[in-house]
Design a protein around this ligand. Sequence first.
Ligand code: SF4
Length: 51
Amino acid sequence: MYRPYLIAPPPGCRFHPRCDFCFDKCRVELPDLKEVKPSHFVACHLYSDSF
Ligand code: SF4
C-alpha cells in the first residue's frame, strides 16, 4: 500500500500515486483550489464548473 511521505509530497496532485483517476497532467501540475460552495473546496483536474 502506498503511504505518502508528508515532508516530501509527490509533485503535481498530492493524491496522484493513490488515485484511480490519475492521468498525465495530475503527475506534473498541482490543481487549483476552487470554492464550489461557501466553505466547500475542490482541487482536482477532473472537476468542472459545469457539474
Ligand atoms: S487531480 Fe483529481 S484525478 Fe488527478 S490525481 Fe488528483 S484527485 Fe486524482
